[in-house]
Design a protein. Structure first.
Length: 218
């Protein structure tokens, strides 16, 4: 039996938080505190996001989930959520682990996040921030459409004519990442271990193609 909240607990911010907590237990992985800093940085990435899910609201939600752990309601949650929570908690009781997470998230230190130079992108953070960039660059260099010029024409044309929102979001993402990493060397170093196919040169070519598409077709 599952409840209507299961998708939020497995695919929303709680699911992401538990996933990074599980990953932090792997040998050689980033410590949980670093991953929480990355999560806080992501949630504070825009005024819209921080209004929807401020860190204080996430901490309160974790407290509520801790109160629920071990109750009859907890038993109705999806197996995916309960399994992920168990793996994240390790030897701790799930309720105690959730409360400790809530205290960490509530700590004011997580409102002031290190920048991307001090705490580099992780795989999951890069995927969350730059999913469109990754998808379009992958299509651009996959070889499916021939050369790069042919690929760009094909993938941008396939979005037309109802492409304003998706390509507009892509252009914003591309411009943002170029602003965050100002030199080709900084850019390629940042993405080498998380999205090696996303390079400064490819992002510049893709952004120019998006601008040309809007200028010519709209």
């Amino acid at each position: 039996m599952t409840t209507k909240h299961d998708e939020f607990l497995t695919q929303g911010v709680v699911g992401l938080l538990l996933s990074v907590a599980v990953a932090s237990r792997n040998p050689g992985a980033a410590p949980l505190e670093d991953e929480l800093q990355r999560l806080s940085r992501l949630l504070q990435d825009s005024s819209a996001t921080v209004r929807v899910m401020p860190m204080s609201a996430l901490a309160s939600l974790l407290d509520q989930l801790a109160d629920e752990a071990g109750t009859e309601v907890f038993g109705t949650r999806s197996a995916a959520y309960r399994d992920r929570l168990s793996r994240a908690a390790g030897d701790e009781a799930p309720a105690d682990f959730l409360r400790s997470l809530a205290e960490l998230v509530r700590d004011r230190e997580f409102l002031f996040c290190p920048d991307l130079a001090e705490l580099p992108l992780s795989d999951w953070e890069a995927g969350a921030r730059f999913s469109l960039t990754s998808a379009f660059v992958s299509s651009m260099v996959s070889g499916e459409y021939g050369g790069v010029d042919e690929a760009l024409d094909e993938i941008l044309t396939s979005e037309h004519p109802d492409c304003h929102e998706r390509l507009g979001n892509l252009a914003g993402e591309l411009q943002r990442v170029l602003y965050l990493f100002r030199t080709p060397a900084e850019f390629d170093a940042a993405f080498a271990h998380v999205m090696p196919h996303v390079t400064h040169a490819r992002v510049r070519v893709l952004l120019d193609a998006v601008h040309a598409h809007f200028a010519e077709q709209h």
